[in-house]
Unconditional design. Structure first.
Length: 131
C-alpha cells in the first residue's frame, strides 16, 4: 500500500541515527494517532464480545527492547484495566538466539517461545488482578 513506502527502511534508518529499530514509529505523531485509533476500535469490539484485548509489541532484536514503553504507558492510562499490553522486549530472552538469522527481524523458534512465554506471563498476572 501507499503508506508502506513512507515507513519502509525506517528501522534501518533509526539504527543509523542511534535509535532502537522501531524507535521512529513511536516518535511519529501521525503513526501513533493511527495506532491509538486502531487499538481503541479493537478494544471497543472486544468489549462488545466480552473478550479481553491483548496487544503484543514484538522487538526486532535485543537492541530494540524499549521502543513501545512510553506508548504502552500512555495507553494504559487511557484504557486502564480494559486491556493487556505485552512488551516482549522486556521478557527474559536469550538475544543471541532470538532471530532466525543474524540481522533478520523474524524471531527464531527460541524467539517465538520467549514471546509466547511473555504473553502467558502477562495473562497469568492479569488473571490475578481484581475485576
Amino acid at each position: 500500500g501507499g503508506n508502506y513506502v513512507l515507513i519502509k527502511g525506517t528501522a534501518k534508518l533509526s539504527r543509523k541515527i542511534g535509535w532502537p529499530g522501531f524507535g521512529f514509529y513511536y516518535r511519529n505523531k501521525i503513526l501513533l494517532i493511527r495506532l491509538t485509533a486502531v487499538i481503541k476500535r479493537f478494544v471497543k469490539a472486544a468489549e462488545s464480545k466480552s473478550i479481553l484485548p491483548v496487544f503484543v509489541f514484538i522487538p526486532l532484536n535485543g537492541l530494540d527492547r524499549t521502543s513501545p514503553d512510553t506508548f504502552i504507558e500512555k495507553m494504559e492510562l487511557e484504557l486502564g484495566e480494559r486491556t493487556v499490553y505485552v512488551n516482549a522486549g522486556r521478557a527474559e530472552i536469550d538475544w543471541s538466539t532470538y532471530n532466525n538469522r543474524p540481522n533478520n527481524c523474524h524471531p527464531s523458534t527460541q524467539g517465538n517461545a520467549a514471546i509466547a512465554k511473555a504473553i502467558y506471563d502477562a495473562l497469568k498476572e492479569n488473571s490475578r488482578q481484581p475485576g
